[in-house]
Write a protein that binds this ligand. Structure first.
Ligand code: ASP
Length: 341
């Protein structure tokens, strides 16, 4: 090598070392992989179990939490035995099945649809809002047009069963969200979905993937016989769902008006940030509702479910009977949340 070339090479090295630090040539011999976590998925109510199973198929193969929660909640959205999420959901008081859903990833990206009709999988539309638009929320007709323009099919979501229930309700037209009215209907062979709670229920699902990233999804047909146009907590980021990848995530079910008032899921994540366990944070959320609405809270259901960054989870509710499902490589378990009343 000529001395001029030697000089040039040396000065480039010295210059680069000066800019980037002296360890420029101390490259690791092996590529260091990020530490792998144990994935976990948790979700609300009995239909959380088959939903978790679908999410687990994604997580166990190293898939992203975002893909897992979307795949998971699509199961009860499609199932018609439950009358509170997606297809087969009980309609509003005018006979329309209107759907609310939202999704959030580990980078504060989020998407939501509100009062969407005739689309089987609102959660996938919410994801598309997040990924394909500059917005976070689309509602009603605009959400429907966006879905149709993006290849979703228009379908009738009102089943004969739910239509009959609605017609029966019309005889009194008395609107009162009741607590945990069980759906005892036999589960049909082609819909292996627990019937769940008839008058309300939302699937909220939270997952951590093998990279340790969190995501969440929340989807519902909302409270039975609500006013046309009513939106609950479920598609409201911060109320029905919140994910903060540094801390944890939370989701809610029950009377959405009470959850929105306290921005429930965001509150719970912030309480975990202050050091509370997931269960204690959920309990504090429930206590906040009782403080604000002491009388009303005696006769309604609200349940919170949360997970922290370590994969610890917990729940708490107003009234007895709120169940949730957990799946990881060690367990596939149904839990019953502790309740205030
Ligand atoms: N939170 C839902 C809503 O208010 C209903 C439910 O979870 O039961 O629409």
């Amino acid at each position: 090598m000529s001395s001029r070339r030697k000089f040039l090479k040396a000065s480039v090295i010295t210059g680069a070392a000066a800019v980037t630090g002296s360890k420029i040539f101390a490259l690791p011999k092996k590529i260091i992989k990020p530490e792998l976590n144990n994935p976990i998925v948790i979700s609300t109510w009995d239909f959380g179990k088959p939903a978790n199973a679908a999410a687990w198929e994604v997580l166990k193969n190293g898939g992203k939490a975002l893909n897992a929660v979307e795949a998971g909640v699509r199961i009860p959205e499609k199932g018609h035995s439950n009358q509170s999420v997606g297809y087969g959901g009980l309609p509003d008081r005018d006979g329309f099945v209107t759907l609310d859903a939202c999704i959030m990833d580990h980078q504060y990206n989020c998407g939501s649809v509100m009062c969407l009709e005739n689309i089987m999988h609102p959660i996938s539309v919410a994801r598309m809002v997040m990924e394909k638009t500059p917005h976070v929320i689309l509602t009603g007709q605009g959400a429907l047009e966006f879905a149709l323009a993006n290849g979703f099919k228009k379908e009738n979501l009102l089943t004969e069963e739910s239509k009959k229930d609605w017609q029966e309700w019309l005889k009194t037209s008395h609107y009162q969200p009741e607590v945990n009215v069980e759906n005892k209907k036999a589960i049909s062979k082609n819909d292996p979905m627990p019937g769940g709670i008839k008058n309300h229920d939302t699937i909220g699902m939270l997952a951590i993937d093998s990279l340790g990233n969190l995501s969440g999804a929340c989807t519902t047909s909302g409270l039975a016989y609500k006013m046309h146009g009513r939106v609950g907590d479920s598609p409201v980021i911060g109320a029905g769902l919140y994910v903060d990848n540094e801390i944890g995530a939370a989701t809610a079910t029950g009377v959405g008006e009470e959850v929105i008032r306290i921005v429930g899921s965001h509150l719970i994540v912030e309480l975990m940030r202050q050091g509370l366990s997931p269960e204690d944070a959920c309990k504090a959320g429930v206590q906040r509702i009782i403080k604000i609405s002491p009388e009303k809270s005696k006769n309604i259901q609200v349940g919170f479910l949360a997970i922290n960054k370590k994969g610890e989870f917990g729940a708490y509710c107003l009234q007895k009977g709120f169940t949730y499902a957990v799946k990881n490589d060690k367990e596939e378990t149904m839990y019953t949340a502790k309740s205030f009343y």
